[in-house]
Design a protein around this ligand. Sequence first.
Ligand code: IMP
Ligand code: MG
Length: 192
Amino acid sequence: MKYPEVDVQDYHDFLDEILIDEGQLKQRTIELGEEISRDYQARSLHMVCILRGGVLFLADLMRCITVPNTIDFMAVSSYGAGARRTTGQVRITLDLKEEIQDRDVLLVEDIVDSGYTIASVLEFLETRHPRSLRVCTLLDKAERREVDVPIDYCGFTIPDKFVFGYGLDIDEYYRNLPFIGAVDPLRYRPEE
Ligand code: IMP
Ligand code: MG
């Protein structure tokens, strides 16, 4: 317990293993940027990031994209606050600033787990008639999928483990870590 005064556990206490290190994240992001830049050649790309987990990935990915691009943000929450697992129903809590009609939209997400979040967001965005709509996720927990979602670009497929770092949180903390770590659930002790 490194930060007793703020009740935040030192991640070393519950880190099971580093699944993806900083170098691997960088390398894969460069590859995805190249692939996306090729696919969107001669077009301009509108990247929509889902807050807050996707922010670090978006910031790095956009620097690897060579076609003209713009960004916007939206936020969603699953019904059942504080739940680790998505329940199926997703609510838009922050809408986009910009219109997406007739634009080439790329949804940028940190992780696809059950798939409910992306499925709901895609359905919501489709009603606004983008010219095209694709999905780029850093992580895919494929084994846990409950609803089919199209993933056009995927950084890494990972096993069914709870992960944190590089945008992904545990109870809102640890997003700043430069790697993707897996939690040892026996050693993570949430407060209360
Ligand atoms: P889905 O709706 O079940 O696909 O869940 C997607 C959302 O759940 C992600 O955008 C994350 O916010 C969260 N999530 C799922 N798995 C993890 C994880 O292992 N670590 C942190 N957040 C996760
Ligand atoms: Mg997220």
